[in-house]
Design a protein around this ligand. Sequence first.
Ligand code: AMP
Length: 364
Amino acid sequence: MPDASPSGGPLEPGLTIGILGGGQLGRMLASAAARLGFDVAILDPEPDAPAGRVAAHTIVAAYDDPQGLAALAACADIVTYEFENVPAAAVARLAEMGVEVAPGPLALRVAQDRLEEKSFLNAHGAPTVAFAAADTAQAAVAAAEQLGAPCLMKTRREGYDGKGQRWVEHAADAAAAFQALGGVPVILEAAAAFVRELSVIAARGRDGATAIYPLTENHHEGGVLRRSIAPARAAPALADQAERIAARVLAGLDYVGVIGIELFEMADGSLLVNEIAPRVHNTGHWTQDGCEVDQFEQHIRAVAGWPLGPTAAIARVEMLNLLGDEVEGWRRYAAEPETRLHLYGKRDAKPGRKMGHVNRVKPL
Ligand code: AMP
């Protein structure tokens, strides 16, 4: 029998890695894990989840379903996740059953609440825009007056891809924006007059070693990532700044795994952190065809206690997300010699849904 003690030593090939969440990130993690000889068990509420179809075991259950979690604990030697809104109680339940979850509970807690996240970042020397929290409409107006309008109101919890956000053009409009977001706790953020959006994908192993990929330049439409270019054109001072930020965040969270850190590049050359995602990240998909060890394998290596792999770019990549029926262009992309096609096997191409991506690869 292979050794099943991840904290005691590296997880041996042949053992099973559990993944909470069965979307495209879980699917690409599962493929990377399989390449390293692991079996994967996916837990997802949907019966036909993209990751379940490439995994050794699939458990169809709500994330907080005790029976589903028990079934996962019975077959997985370690558990990770592909999205940050996994209920904290699910992770706690797995821990009670003796199954380690990586990245750990601190990373989840910080990433699940924008107020905790920004407070954590500032406390660890990772600068952000000015912000203020509000739990009532009145407090929201006061916060908007304090920060100055326009400012951006975001729900503290459960926002993604630009959802759960409203611009506040005048401080007095903050009350209506607060109601429109459902009357839930929010933070207001000063508008970042960024010149460019960048991200850094980084990893930390069980031994505390870190590996940081080159900067990625990102273009969003309507809050959704459309396109990334990597390695981003960046002066060494900018890359150094990003590496320092990544190292502080990883150490501050005592992190194990891959993290995505979204950044704003300001006109004076400084970087502000927009948000952190405690998982593999859409802006890191370019690493599949631009680096020797991509973010998915890197994450599996980290959680399995293996040595981290090299992160240097071996090609320049333009990554395009295929949203909704854009996936129907697969024939054209498949015919382009410089293009690598990555499809997620989703059955239903709803408008705006991430169906796949392409990496257009050029020499460095
Ligand atoms: P988020 O959901 O926080 O990643 O935000 C989605 C997108 O909204 C970001 O990629 C930016 O383009 C934009 N955005 C978020 N926060 C701010 C801000 N404080 N100022 C200006 N633009 C922002």
